[in-house]
Write a protein that binds this ligand. Structure first.
Ligand code: ADP
Length: 399
C-alpha cells in the first residue's frame, strides 16, 4: 500500500495526516504534536477516531520541529504499514508566481525562504520540516502546497495597492490566503450544488484565522486577505484591516519598534485585543462582559461590510458558504452574520441552521447558504498525489 504524509507545521505544533493512495485517497491517521519545546504532547487517532497515541514527553526530548519530525516519523514508521511515496506540506506563502503546488528541491526552498518576511509567524515553521526531510531523505518526493496559489488567477488590477507600482513589481501586492480551504470548498460545492457552484459565491473561512473569498465559476476573484495574513477581517489575535495611519502614529508617537508592532498586530489584536478576554469565540459567547460583546459585534459587523464588498466584486450573489471552526460549529454566529446579509437576499431556516445541515437557507432565500467542513489536508494529499503521478502542475482553481 502506497501512502502520502501531509504535514502542517506551526510555531509550536506539528499536525500530520497519512493517506493511503490505493485507488482513491483514504485517510488512515490524523495526529498532532503540540507544545513543542514547552510541554510536548503527541496525540494520534485513526480514521475511526480511535486513539492510537496520547503521550507526554519531557520538553528537552522535543525542543524543536526537527525533533518532533523525528519522533513522528519514527512512530509512523514503526506503527503504520505501507510505503511512503511522498510528503505534502502546507506552505502559507508561495509568492506571486506559484499558481499551483510545486515539487520541492533546493532552489524552490531557497525561493520560499525569501517570502519569510511576508509571513513571519508561519513561513519559517512551514519550511523547517521540508528542510529536515530534504537533508535526511533527499530521494523522498516532497510537494509544497501554497495558501496563496488559489488566488493567483485574479485580475492583476485587483491585487495592487495604490502606492507607486515599483513596489508591486518588487512583490508588494495582495496575495490572499486560506487558498487550500477555498479550493476544497469550491470543489465540494461543484459536487453538491452544481447549480450555484458555477455561479457567484462568497466563502467565509472563519477559524482562528479568518477571511472571505469571492468565487466566480469556482475560481477566486477577490479575497479579504492581502499582502500578509493580517488584512481583512479581525481574527482571533490578528487585527484585520487597519488604517496604515494608525501604524505611523504608533511608530512615531509611541516609539514602537517594528517588532513590537508585529507582535501587537499578530498576537494581541483581533478578538483578543478587543475583548480583553479571549481569542476564542466560544469564550466570548459564554461571557457577559462588555468586552466580549464588543468583540463579537465588531467581528460580525466587519464580516457584513466585507461581504458587501465581495458581492460588489461579483456583481451579485448566488450562494454563501460558512466553513472553519466558527463557521462550521456555531449556529448562533451564523445566524448573527446571516442577519447582516439579509439585504443581499439571505434568509436562514432556523432548524436547518441549528442542526448544522449542509443547506441552511430557507426555501425562499434568494441566496443559498451552506455549511461545509473544510479539509485542507485532503486538498494537500490530492495535490501531492496529482503532482507526483502526473509530474505536471495543477493550475489555479483546479479541483
Ligand atoms: P485554525 O485556524 O486554528 O485551524 P479552526 O478552524 O479550528 O482554527 O477554528 C478555531 C476557532 O473556532 C476557535 O478559536 C473558536 O473560536 C472557534 N470555534 C470552534 N468551535 C466553536 C463553537 N462550537 N462555537 C463557536 N466557535 C467555535
Amino acid at each position: 500500500m502506497d501512502t502520502i504524509l501531509v504535514v502542517n507545521a506551526g510555531s509550536s505544533s506539528l499536525k500530520f495526516e497519512v493517506f493511503s493512495v490505493a485507488g482513491s485517497l483514504t485517510r488512515l491517521v490524523k495526529g498532532k504534536m503540540e507544545g513543542i519545546g514547552t510541554a510536548p504532547h503527541l496525540s494520534i487517532r485513526n480514521a475511526g477516531g480511535e486513539q492510537l497515541a496520547n503521550d507526554d514527553y519531557p520538553s528537552e526530548a522535543i525542543p524543536d520541529l526537527p525533533s518532533a519530525m523525528r519522533l513522528v516519523g519514527q512512530w509512523l514508521g514503526e506503527r503504520l504499514e505501507g510505503h511512503l511515496i511522498a510528503v505534502g506540506h502546507r506552505v502559507v506563502h508561495g509568492g506571486p508566481n506559484h499558481a499551483g503546488p510545486a515539487r520541492v528541491d533546493e532552489s524552490l526552498l531557497r525561493e520560499l525562504e525569501w517570502y519569510t518576511p511576508l509571513a513571519p509567524l508561519h513561513q519559517p515553521n512551514n519550511l523547517a520540516p521540508i528542510r529536515v526531510l530534504l537533508e535526511r531523505q533527499p530521494d523522498l518526493a516532497q510537494v509544497a502546497c501554497f495558501d496563496t496559489a488559489f488566488h493567483r488567477g485574479h485580475d492583476p488590477m485587483t491585487d495592487h495597492y495604490a502606492i507607486p507600482t515599483r513596489y508591486f513589481e518588487e512583490g508588494v501586492r495582495r496575495y490572499g490566503f486560506h487558498g487550500l480551504s477555498y479550493e476544497y470548498v469550491a470543489g465540494r460545492l461543484a459536487e453538491v450544488a452544481p447549480d450555484v457552484g458555477g455561479g457567484r459565491v462568497i466563502v467565509a473561512h472563519l477559524g482562528s484565522g479568518a477571511s472571505m473569498c469571492a468565487l466566480h465559476e469556482g475560481r477566486s476573484v477577490e479575497s479579504t486577505l492581502g499582502f500578509t495574513a493580517l488584512d481583512g477581517l479581525p481574527m482571533g489575535t490578528r487585527c484585520g484591516q487597519i488604517d496604515p495611519g494608525v501604524l505611523l502614529y504608533l511608530l512615531e508617537q509611541h516609539g514602537m519598534s517594528a517588532r513590537q508592532l508585529q507582535d501587537m498586530l499578530y498576537k494581541e489584536s483581533g478578538l483578543k485585543g478587543l475583548s480583553g478576554i479571549s481569542n476564542d469565540v466560544r469564550d466570548l459567547l459564554d461571557s457577559q462582559e462588555a468586552g466580549a460583546a464588543l468583540a463579537l459585534d465588531h467581528f460580525v459587523h466587519r464580516i457584513g461590510l466585507n461581504a458587501g464588498a465581495l458581492a460588489a466584486a461579483l456583481s451579485g450573489l448566488d450562494a454563501f458558504v460558512f466553513t472553519a471552526g466558527v463557521g462550521e460549529n456555531s449556529p448562533v454566529m451564523r445566524e448573527r452574520i446571516a442577519r447582516k446579509l439579509r439585504w443581499l437576499g439571505v434568509s436562514l431556516d432556523t432548524e436547518r441552521n441549528n442542526a448544522g445541515e449542509l443547506l441552511i437557507s430557507s426555501d425562499d432565500s434568494t441566496v443559498k447558504v451552506f455549511v461545509m467542513p473544510t479539509d485542507e489536508e485532503l486538498m494537500i494529499a490530492r495535490h501531492t498525489f496529482a503532482l507526483i503521478t502526473a509530474g505536471g502542475t495543477v493550475s489555479a482553481g483546479a479541483r
